[in-house]
Write a protein that binds this ligand. Structure first.
Ligand code: NAP
Length: 284
């Protein structure tokens, strides 16, 4: 039976340490990390995410601000707001909550954020830094998964890692982070032939597709480490992962549950990266 990777406990441990680091930074250098989250429109899921981010930022001792803009906000108006926070040195992290309304070009918005404040790691410059092997700001979900490997002493060097899903926010940066740690990486997607066979070769299997219980025991080699990024609702509205947990847990050596696995680490890494950005600002 697999050992559970407890993301909730690790996130709590990291957040406690972070609050201590923030207090020290304030006492020694007079700097308070600042995070602004910009939300356009009324998307209910986004509102919950933004509230959670605000809550975590305040718990860490940050200066926290949420800018709520109406659905009708034009792209130019949004870019003007971003420019204000790019120039404001009391903010070290700027996050524009996605998705944006259809009339706003997401790429133009992500490009407008100062890469030094891009705590989500979505700016092309930060993507490029990651791909060239010199990451600075990294998308928070895969960054959180790397912290899990570290905390559980899961060695990646020379291992075969298979990532299912190639989104810019999870799959692609995950593959690159694994490669940077000397894993041999296979990045798969909806057009991959014989996916179960490919996945079954993995020592490390990361699943980020968004299909409830898609990955069954037929995808998993005995002893594999299985990371489930998926967040889906079943027919009763219950939160479930992309992995069929009960049967895969019997085969795997380590597994992340849903909920309580990858999810809590994502927001923790957002706070960590804001803190790191504040630290770097001292030397700029
Ligand atoms: P996404 O942008 O929709 O990308 C999904 C990826 O999965 C795509 O690359 C797609 O392939 C691939 N895929 C879809 N169906 C597939 C299939 N049948 N076989 C193989 N590959 C398939 O999703 P995402 O943003 O990466 O999110 C993935 C899941 O993680 C979602 O459930 C999301 O809610 C969850 N998530 C959780 C967190 C967290 O903090 N826990 C954070 C982010 C996302 P193609 O590219 O070929 O279309």
């Amino acid at each position: 039976m697999a050992q559970i990777i407890d993301g909730k406990a690790l996130a709590q441990k990291m957040q406690k340490k972070l609050a201590e680091k923030v207090a020290r930074l304030k006492a020694e250098k007079g700097i308070v990390p600042g995070l602004v989250v910009i939300l356009v429109g009324e998307n209910p899921a986004s509102q919950v995410y933004v509230r959670n981010k605000e809550h975590s930022a305040l718990a860490a001792g940050f200066k926290s601000q949420v800018v709520r803009l109406p659905e009708s906000t034009s792209q130019e108006e949004l870019l003007d707001v971003i420019a204000i926070y790019n120039a404001d040195t009391s903010f070290h992290g700027i996050l524009v909550q996605l998705p944006l309304p259809d009339h706003i070009n997401e790429e133009a918005v992500l490009l407008a954020i100062d890469p030094n404040k891009d705590v989500d790691g979505f700016h092309p410059m930060n993507m490029g830094r990651l791909w060239s092997g010199h990451p600075v700001m990294v998308p928070c979900t895969p960054a959180g998964i790397m912290e899990m490997f570290k905390d559980y002493h899961i060695d990646l060097e020379g291992k075969h890692a298979v990532v299912i899903g190639r989104s810019n926010i999870v799959g692609k940066p995950m593959a690159q982070l694994l490669l940077n740690k000397n894993a041999t990486v296979t990045l798969t997607h909806s057009r991959t032939h014989h996916l179960a066979e490919v996945a079954k070769k993995a020592d490390i299997l990361v699943v980020a597709i968004g299909r409830g219980h898609f990955v069954t025991k037929n995808f998993v080699k005995e002893g594999a480490v299985v990371i489930d990024v998926g967040m889906n609702r079943d027919e009763n509205g219950k939160l479930i992962g992309d992995v069929k947990y009960d049967e895969v847990a019997e085969l795997a050596s380590y597994i992340t549950p849903v909920p309580g696995g990858v999810g809590p680490m994502t927001i923790t890494m957002l706070m960590e990266q804001t803190y790191e950005s504040a630290l770097r600002s001292v030397n700029r």
